[in-house]
Design a protein around this ligand. Structure first.
Ligand SMILES: C[S@@+](CC[C@H](N)C(=O)[O-])C[C@H]1O[C@@H](n2cnc3c(N)ncnc32)[C@H](O)[C@@H]1O
Length: 208
């Protein structure tokens, strides 16, 4: 049976087909175009160091986890979580579940309690409706959730990287981060689409 797409899905498919980062990800066997965003941020701000322990929230299909573990090496760890399943990556410990649920949230905390977590990164994104009054608060909810996990798990001087959609509540979120971290930077990697409200906040030097 022929699949029917809504007009917004058709627009998305058309745009994706032409996107140079999508093409490049396919050619290089990367799990998603999100790889380029993390690469860009790492090149500028040097996020990963060999042997580190990292939490990756909203990790599927897994390009960020794969990127991280390659640099961290065998003595580093990546603990990842997503609602969706993710194909296994050697060295990456994956939890499948919704982080909004207390049970999953606690599983992450229990698993990391004995580890020194130096970086928490979140690329979590809600299902985009295209209606900003819906998408922005949903995205902000996920960013706040990621912040709670970062605050509960990071070691002193640790780093938090989080995707946020700019809009109502963005300023308040920045202010909250300012209570926990010494430096805050807003990054818009090249692979982040110009028309998208998405930016990444890089918060460093956790005050614990
Ligand atoms: C843009 S994708 C992440 C791509 C990933 N960084 C990569 O490099 O492959 C956003 C992910 O956030 C996940 N997500 C959204 N809400 C979530 C939640 N409440 N709990 C866990 N994962 C969530 C989605 O399932 C989706 O896989």
């Amino acid at each position: 049976m022929k699949k029917k797409y809504s007009s917004s899905s058709k627009r998305w498919l058309k745009r994706n087909f032409k996107d140079r980062f999508v093409q490049c990800a396919r050619q290089n066997n990367l799990r998603s175009r999100a790889w380029f965003k993390l690469h860009d941020i790492h090149i500028k701000y040097c996020l990963f160091v060999r042997g580190m322990n990292v939490i990756d929230l909203g990790s599927a299909p897994g390009s960020w986890s794969k990127y991280a573990i390659k640099i961290l090496g065998k003595c580093g760890h990546v603990i990842s979580c997503d609602i969706n399943n993710m194909n296994p990556i050697p060295g990456v410990y994956f939890f499948q579940g919704n982080l909004m649920q207390e049970k999953i949230f606690n599983q992450i905390l229990n698993h990391t309690i004995t580890k020194q977590i130096s970086l928490v990164m979140s690329d979590m994104s809600p299902n985009i409706t295209g209606i900003s009054s819906i998408d922005i608060p949903r995205s902000l909810n996920l960013s706040e959730l990621a912040m709670k996990i970062a605050v509960a798990t990071l070691c002193k001087r640790g780093t938090f990287l989080v995707k946020v959609f700019q809009g109502l509540g963005f300023g308040d979120f920045l202010n909250k981060l300012g209570c926990f971290f010494t430096t805050i930077k807003i990054c818009k990697p090249n692979a982040s689409r110009n028309h998208s409200r998405e930016v990444f906040i890089l918060a460093r030097d956790f005050k614990k």
